[in-house]
Write a protein that binds this ligand. Structure first.
Ligand SMILES: [Zn+2]
Length: 147
């Protein structure tokens, strides 16, 4: 199928598929006329690629994960798992905090030991396992609840 149909079926823009081709992440066949020709196998790979992106992986990381023989593969996956687990821990802490706050009877959160306790538990520095690819979107903001 042509790139337009592949993009429509995946729900992405055509230029995204061109980019992934240029970056050699998913390279379609070429028709005799020169246009890109996507098969069902390409669509399958593209869906896997999107799943990897959904869990926060960059294109270079995805390239390393797609092939079992890549030497850095285990490291990339391990780093990604740590990232996901850190995010989950933060989200769970945020949930506990909010569940408490909704029923907190203190006039000021800063006067509540439990609220302050949650704030103290918020990590103030980004985790040490950030990738050099760019800023981590999960970088925590400094808490303004404590103090
Ligand atoms: Zn409280």
């Amino acid at each position: 199928m042509r790139i337009g149909e592949a993009a429509r079926r995946l729900g992405v823009a055509v230029h995204v598929l061109r980019h992934w081709d240029d970056e050699a992440v998913v390279v379609p066949d070429r028709a005799p006329s020169g246009h890109r020709d996507y098969t069902e196998e390409h669509l399958h790979r593209l869906r896997v690629l999107r799943a990897c992106q959904d869990v926060g992986m960059s294109l270079p990381e995805i390239r390393q994960v797609l092939h079992r023989s890549e030497p850095e593969r285990a490291d990339v996956i391990e780093r990604q798992l740590r990232r996901v687990r850190t995010q989950r821990a933060r989200l769970e802490a945020a949930e506990r905090f909010l569940v408490h706050v909704v029923d907190c009877e203190h006039d000021l959160l800063t006067r509540c030991e439990a609220c302050t306790g949650y704030a103290v538990g918020v990590p103030l520095r980004p985790p040490p396992h950030r990738t050099p690819a760019g800023p981590d979107p999960t970088t925590p903001h400094r808490s303004t609840v404590a103090g």
